[in-house]
Design a protein around this ligand. Structure first.
Ligand code: HMG
Ligand code: MG
Length: 298
């Protein structure tokens, strides 16, 4: 049986834009996020408070946070790598902080310039700091299936990172197929272990769609009872520290799937399409979403 409701987090303004060479002006980002706020989506990751030299596309995170129109029905989150990032995020306004680290050593090092062991105390401080300010926290765990540098990642390594993040107090964990390499049997294997180890915790799946496997992996995850997914408008995006990796599953495509299965999301597909067309025009390139391409060809 399918779930009645699935919760989508729109990560386009963060994961979608972070790898874009084309600069999107602050004004356009704000307009775009306001369009998303009006689509019925319940959570938007609006930017990233990382070092601007590492992710120049999102160097205006503080201004964006201050200028977006807040819809009281939407949770606004942003990526926070360390205490400095948290300070900036709190100043700009967040409802929820997204901390992140990888299950594989090399990706963690390339992405945030620290070993896994060095990252733990930073995570602990940021999570505790956010909690003191009454903010909820999501913990992203990257490279949960495969690492672009080390190959297959052991489930035990993923569980170990999840244990730490839950111990530090994250409200939920988003498991990232950072390079979009997993097939459903890998999803089954990981979820068997993760859901057995953390039966009462909130688990979100975060699929990149590099090889077109994301929808199959989402269907598989729902069979295991997962009802929360991250997606990016039009399929925009990718991790700059995962060479060749494509964007997240497109919000347009996952909505087509879910609504077609009779699962509600609270999201208006036509508003998502409008917002996808807006950013497509700003970036002057076609976004990868197949359903967006089909709808706009009609
Ligand atoms: P670092 O250079 O090791 O930082 O970078 P540091 O602590 O040594 O500090 C060096 C300088 O940076 C200092 O300035 C700090 O103040 C400054 P100085 O004293 O030299 O003038 N600094 C900062 N400035 C602004 N904002 C900050 C900040 N922190 C330090 N937050 C850092 C460490 C984590 C900051 C860096 O490696 C970084 O920004 N990395 C970005 C990584 C990133 O954004 N990756 C993409 C997102 S993750 C992802 O896409 C995966 C995900 O989608 C899930 C999935 O798909 O799997 C989440
Ligand atoms: Mg990602």
């Amino acid at each position: 049986r399918w779930p009645n409701f699935v919760q989508i987090k729109e990560v386009g303004p963060r994961d979608g834009l972070q790898n874009e060479k084309e600069w999107v002006s602050t004004e356009d980002k704000v307009k775009w996020i306001n369009m998303l706020s009006d689509s019925g989506v319940s959570e938007i990751e609006y930017s990233s408070f990382v070092h601007p030299k590492w992710i120049p596309a999102l160097k205006d995170a503080r201004e964006v946070g201050k200028r977006i129109k807040r819809n009281p029905n939407v949770t606004y989150s942003a990526l926070v790598p360390n205490e400095k990032g948290l300070e900036h995020a709190l100043e700009a306004g967040i409802d929820m902080a997204s901390v992140f680290m990888s299950a594989s050593e090399t990706h963690n090092k390339k992405n945030i310039n620290k070993s896994i062991a060095e990252t733990y105390p930073i995570m602990k401080n940021v999570i505790e700091g956010a909690k003191q300010e009454k903010k909820r926290v999501t913990g992203y765990v990257s490279t949960v299936f495969d690492c672009p540098f080390e190959g297959k990642v052991k489930t035990d390594d993923v569980i170990r990172v999840c244990e730490r993040l839950f111990e530090y107090g994250v409200d939920d964990i988003s498991l990232g197929d950072t390079i979009g390499s997993a097939v459903p049997s890998q999803v089954e294997e990981l979820l068997e272990s993760v859901l057995y180890r953390f039966p009462n915790k909130n688990i979100i799946m975060h699929f990149h769609d590099t090889r077109g496997m994301a929808i199959a992996n989402i269907v598989t995850s729902m069979r295991y009872g997962v009802t929360r997914f991250d997606s990016s408008l039009g399929g925009l995006g990718g991790c700059p520290y995962a060479p060749g990796a494509a964007g997240n599953v497109a919000t347009n495509d996952i909505l087509y799937l879910l609504h077609g299965l009779g699962i509600s999301t609270g999201i208006d597909e036509s508003k998502i399409q409008e917002a996808a067309l807006f950013i497509q025009e700003k970036l002057e390139k076609d976004l990868p979403s197949r359903s967006l391409a089909y709808e706009t060809s009609q």
